[in-house]
Design a protein around this ligand. Structure first.
Ligand code: ZN
Length: 406
């Protein structure tokens, strides 16, 4: 069996009745392949609205779509696309099976762009396929929005929320994550209480059931707490243990800085006190050991930090509560002002810290997501606005299933 090139491309492009490939124009010196598609004269079309099968073409207009390269040659499809006359609906623009409405790319090209965007920056894709990045953004946005519109969040019960610095300046965005699968389900501009109400609205629009959300994990920011209490009154809040430890670490660091001004031995020891012991080198561990023997204020603050770290390993709520109470007594009697302040801040958030013992949730996964977000940001000279940046986070960190229109 031998096929004409037209027949071969017809099969490869899945062009079917009433469409056919009329001609192919290959111009190697212009590095182009042009394929003209037409419809069989006398064809009848289905009305795009009411599917009435007997609509005659009314008029046509020429359209061009960029298709996947044919080897190194840029490939374009051309077609005169009809408007049809439906007896019920009037004059209607026909869709074509190889491209989305209003799109200048074929569906194969769309699929390639979405696939590449999972690993490449938009500016790299733009360079690779030699197109303007604005055209590529339009494709990505369409598919992300389309996939989000089909998202079913009805089984989400456990939620983490955290803010992260945005593309430029002091702008923030807040990420809302399904803690059961570590996927971003909502992104909001800002980091105030309205983040939670905007999440609730969006969540409900995606089949989420606010009354089924049992647990939130967040830092101790009053805005998130207020937002959660107002919008999800039945949910319990667990304060993220990494944020709690961060507050304690900052207290240790403050004690060290003050003490360092009168004790030269503490110079260049910052990370020894801040890192977890298992992440220290042997040399650093030895240094830590000898410093700890010297009855330094920093050493006492450090011991309080390590003792607080032990809290999270408890499973029995009563034992954990009395452990934290004893720790609080010890911390507030340490005569170390930064530690006392940290302990008092924890006292104000007591219930949400204790909730960890039962809920076992933390925003640890958000740290991982945040590092993806920050790497997107670093490679993101090409983000023209925050909305593009958010689209990219949904693409890389969301739980989206992309489908091509049929
Ligand atoms: Zn119709």
């Amino acid at each position: 069996m031998s096929l004409l090139p037209e027949e071969l491309f017809q099969m490869a492009l899945n062009v079917r009745d009433p469409w056919f490939i009329e001609k192919i124009d290959f111009t190697p010196d212009k590095k182009r392949l042009d394929i003209w598609i037409d419809f069989i004269p006398g064809s009848r079309f289905d009305c795009p609205d009411c599917h009435n099968p007997d609509c005659a073409p009314y008029d046509t207009s020429e359209k061009i779509w960029r298709h996947l390269n044919f080897f190194q040659f840029k490939t374009y499809l051309h077609c005169r696309v009809p408007r049809v006359e439906c007896k019920k609906c009037g004059i209607k623009q026909m869709d074509v099976p190889w491209a989305r409405e209003q799109s200048g790319f074929t569906l194969w090209m769309d699929a390639l762009i979405v696939l590449l965007a999972r690993k490449m920056t938009i500016s790299a894709i733009a360079e690779h396929i030699d197109e303007q990045d604005t055209r590529i953004w339009r494709v990505i946005k369409y598919y992300v929005e389309e996939a989000r519109s089909r998202q079913d969040l009805s089984s989400v019960i456990s939620i983490g929320i955290d803010e992260t610095a945005c593309t430029r300046g002091h702008q923030y965005i807040s990420l809302v994550v399904n803690l059961d699968n570590s996927k971003v389900i909502h992104i909001s501009k800002g980091k105030d209480a309205s983040v939670v109400s905007s999440f609730k609205k969006d969540f409900s629009e995606h089949k989420g059931k606010p009354e089924n959300v049992h647990r939130f994990c967040c830092d101790m920011s009053p805005a998130f707490i207020k937002g959660i209490e107002e919008n999800f009154p039945a949910a319990s809040i667990t304060f993220d243990k990494f944020h709690v430890m961060k507050i304690m670490n900052e207290a240790v660091d403050e004690v060290r800085r003050e003490e360092q001004s009168v004790n030269q031995l503490l110079r260049k020891t910052r990370y020894i006190w801040l890192k977890n012991p298992e992440n220290l080198t042997e040399k650093q561990l030895n240094e830590l050991g000898s410093l700890k023997d010297m009855n330094l204020k920093t050493g006492r603050a450090y011991n309080l930090k390590m003792s607080l770290a032990g809290f999270w390993n408890h499973y029995n709520p009563e034992v954990a509560a009395s452990y934290l109470k004893r720790w609080y007594f010890w911390a507030t009697h340490s005569r170390l002002t930064p530690v006392i302040n940290a302990a008092k801040s924890m006292k104000r958030h007591w219930g949400g810290i204790l909730n960890y013992i039962d809920s076992r949730i933390s925003n640890g996964v958000l740290e991982g997501i945040n590092s993806i977000v920050q790497s997107l940001k670093a490679s993101a000279r090409g983000y023209r606005n925050t909305s593009n940046f958010m689209t990219m986070i949904y693409l890389r960190c969301g739980d989206l299933h992309f489908t091509l229109p049929t």
